[in-house]
Design a protein around this ligand. Structure first.
Ligand SMILES: Nc1ncnc2c1ncn2[C@@H]1O[C@H](COP(=O)(O)OP(=O)(O)OP(=O)(O)O)[C@@H](O)[C@H]1O
Length: 704
């Protein structure tokens, strides 16, 4: 039953309503002010989000995290690469590249040739894969090109020792994170409950992981025992680490007597041709040789797809430089480049990389010399040019144990992906090691001869063998004793300290002293067999073995990391679409050409476009399959094709076509010759899509 309202009640109701209205107005005003205050913050956050999107492509733009499985299935579906011999069960560490993989690799290599060989006037060589044993003995590979391996003591499963330590400690840290955050899974039956790590244990593990490359030999064995590192799936103990040589051995020729190896790097081929290259370069130093080719390593446990394989393409540079002057004439061009450097000291302190200019790093002695600094910078520029995300690229210095004994400094370009930080380029100052070793072994002088502007007059300690007495005194052992004397030379010049020591020993022994020949036997050297004295020497020529700075690129590793950095998913109408955000310079196909339907009216326009693109050397593909236009765009987004030209019914009317850009999915419409010019400029990086959009009215494509 309705109640009768009194006037007083009505008045009260109106008053209340007015209060509420006032509240609403007040609240609206407050909200407006708050919005105005907050808006700049919101704008900042949006700008930051954009920056993060550009810097870290890990976030795929659809807001979801990188999903390796979906990238891998895309790569297989589009045949970028696939396991070799798959229908025979496959062999670990061997992969075949399909059409887009080959095109991508060729484009990376062609940019590599432009960026290094053309830019620096390097001398390209192509040397054989098969290498006789003698060469690799001299270079030290037969003895030392090895990794440590351990075995599960029960199952016999094999692990690379450092990788096992990394995996086990990494897992312990992950488990600890779960325990600390209360997310530890319930232990399965018979399994122990996960316990938290002591803070100092966790920091120790983290430090070991940062410095793992520094553990070799007995240090590595002790580490495995002390930390009780076991085989992960069985929890069995592992054996002590032993060295396993990574070279594939073979026989050259039918007799079986001539041992050889498949080369593990291209470098030795450069060194053996040094004399010819030096002459070709009209005797001028510095200069560099470069080579692209396959290398072979019998990896203990190939894994992580293209990152650790048994046969891979390497691109290597050997830059020969005067050991007394490692300045670089173009250093000024890179001096101010700021890069993330992770020095050996910073690793030891687990401090993380520091951004620093190359000039500062060389000045402070963090990078050993200008030439090495120059190449570190050029490597950084190359990797970012082909599309490696600079936020996930760092330059890490080798620690003392990690570095070859002859190298004086070494930096790796490491790229981060879902597998962590991976070395993709090594850049070492190998000093004069290889050329000296081959010179000593073969007697062929791999040296630089520099005419001096003024003759050099110096008082120097010298040794001369008394030919009349030396031969008869040692007979068949003369070579071994001569070898001992030759070992007192540095770069073909006498080591004066050693000569003086020998002279003092002879004097102390009343003209006699014992020495060890190169055959390991002891001989008596008497002062009538050699003359050691100080002489004034006038020389017109300076002869020296150059130092070698070696940037060494693993192309497969770079290619895979690039694929991860380029990959993202875009939410489509019905399903997420996969996109590879390659820069045009490396994209396997630069332009897709699509007729909107099968009408024969489109053919002359398709022909005109394709001919135009071919004339400009732009790799293109016509997709006139029956799929919807959206599907055809999506298929090519998966191949990383940056641009698509579409011929439609309007083309027949006014000879205009649309040009679509892969990442924005926006289009412009213009006459065919204008579009062809724009595509050429975009591919040659003379303009950007943003500039194109600013010049022409862009619209969002209808991708159904
Ligand atoms: N098994 C492999 N599979 C793919 N690429 C490789 C492999 N081994 C080396 N590379 C590539 O060759 C480059 C130069 O080789 P280098 O001898 O410096 O590597 P490395 O130090 O032996 O590598 P790692 O320590 O990862 O085994 C590396 O930076 C890497 O890009």
């Amino acid at each position: 039953m309705a109640t009768q309202e009194t006037s007083a009640q009505k008045l009260e109701a109106v008053k209340n309503a007015m209060i509420k209205q006032g509240d609403v107005v007040k609240a609206l005003k407050a909200a407006k002010t708050a919005k105005e205050q907050v808006q700049p913050e919101v704008d900042k956050l949006l700008a930051l989000k954009e920056q993060f999107k550009q810097l870290s492509l890990l976030d795929d733009g659809a807001g979801s995290k990188f999903d390796r499985a979906s990238l891998e299935s895309l790569l297989l579906k589009r045949f970028f690469y696939a396991p070799s011999f798959e229908i025979y069960g496959g062999i670990a560490g061997l992969y075949d590249y399909g059409p887009p993989g080959c095109a991508l690799q060729n484009n990376i290599l062609s940019l590599w040739r432009q960026h290094f060989i053309l830019e620096e006037d390097m001398l390209e060589v192509e040397c054989t894969n098969l290498t006789p044993e003698a060469v690799l003995k001299t270079s030290g590979h037969v003895e030392r090109f090895a990794d440590y391996m351990v075995k599960d003591t029960v199952t016999g499963d094999i692990f690379r020792a450092d990788h096992l330590v990394k995996q086990v400690l990494g897992q312990r840290i992950e488990d600890d994170k779960k325990v600390q955050s209360g997310n530890a899974p319930k232990p399965a039956k018979g399994q122990a409950k996960l316990e938290p790590l002591a803070a100092e244990t966790r920091s120790e593990y983290e430090l070991i992981l940062e410095t793992l490359d520094n553990y070799v030999g007995d240090e590595l064995r002790k580490l495995i025992r002390r930390l009780d590192i076991r085989a992960p799936s069985t929890n069995n103990e592992v054996t002590d680490p032993v060295l396993f040589n990574l070279m594939f051995e073979t026989q050259i020729g039918p007799t079986g007597q001539f041992k050889g190896y498949l080369r593990p790097e291209t470098a030795q081929g450069h060194f053996l041709n040094f004399k010819r290259l030096y002459d070709y370069n009209t005797g001028q130093v510095p200069f560099a040789s470069a080579s692209v080719g396959k290398s072979f390593r019998n990896e203990i446990s190939p894994r992580q797809g293209l990152l650790r394989v048994r046969e891979f393409t390497m691109a290597e540079i050997e830059h020969y430089v005067d050991p007394n002057g490692k300045k670089h004439s173009r250093f000024n061009e890179v001096r101010d480049l700021v890069v993330p450097l992770y020095s050996a000291d910073a690793q030891q302190a687990a401090a993380g990389p520091t951004r620093m200019s190359i000039g500062d790093a060389v000045e402070k002695g963090i990078i050993n010399n200008e030439t090495l600094g120059y190449f570190v910078a050029r490597i950084y520029l190359f990797l970012t040019r082909i599309g490696i995300d600079p936020a996930r690229l760092r330059l890490r210095q080798h620690m003392s144990n990690e570095m070859a004994h002859y190298a004086c400094d070494c930096w790796d370009a490491e790229i981060e992906s879902s597998y962590g930080w991976i070395e993709c380029v090594g850049c070492a100052d190998r000093s004069a090691f290889d050329l000296t070793a081959h010179t000593k072994k073969t007697g062929e002088k791999l040296v630089v001869r520099e005419a001096l502007p003024e003759p050099l007059i110096e008082d120097k300690w010298t040794l001369e063998v008394n030919k009349k007495t030396f031969g008869p005194a040692f007979k068949k052992d003369a070579k071994a004793v001569q070898g001992f004397l030759d070992s007192m030379k540095i770069d073909e010049a006498w080591d004066e300290v050693k000569l003086q020591e020998l002279k003092e020993q002879l004097a102390a022994g009343s003209g006699k002293t014992s020495i060890t020949g190169t055959d390991g036997k002891t001989y008596e050297l008497t002062d009538n067999l050699v003359t050691i004295e100080k002489k004034t020497i006038k020389s017109f020529i300076r002869e020296y073995i150059p130092s070698v700075i070696e940037p060494s690129f693993g192309i497969g590793r770079i290619l895979y990391q690039l694929l991860e950095h380029a990959y993202y998913r875009r939410e489509g109408d019905d399903e997420a679409r996969h996109v590879l955000r390659f820069p045009a310079c490396v994209a396997p196909i630069k332009t897709l050409v699509v007729p909107i339907s099968h009408s024969g009216d489109f053919n002359p326009f398709i022909k005109q476009i394709v001919t135009g693109l071919r004339r400009s050397n732009i790799a293109n593909k016509v997709d006139d399959s029956g799929s919807s236009i959206g599907k055809r765009y999506a298929r090519n987004d998966e191949l990383g094709t940056p641009f698509a030209v579409t011929v439609d019914f309007q083309t027949v009317q006014d000879r205009t076509v649309t040009l679509r850009e892969r990442d924005s999915t926006k289009q412009i419409r213009e006459k065919i010759p204008v579009i062809l010019d724009i595509v050429k400029d975009l591919v040659e990086e003379k303009t950007t899509w943003k500039e194109v959009e600013a010049r022409f009215p862009a619209f969002v494509s209808q991708e159904v």
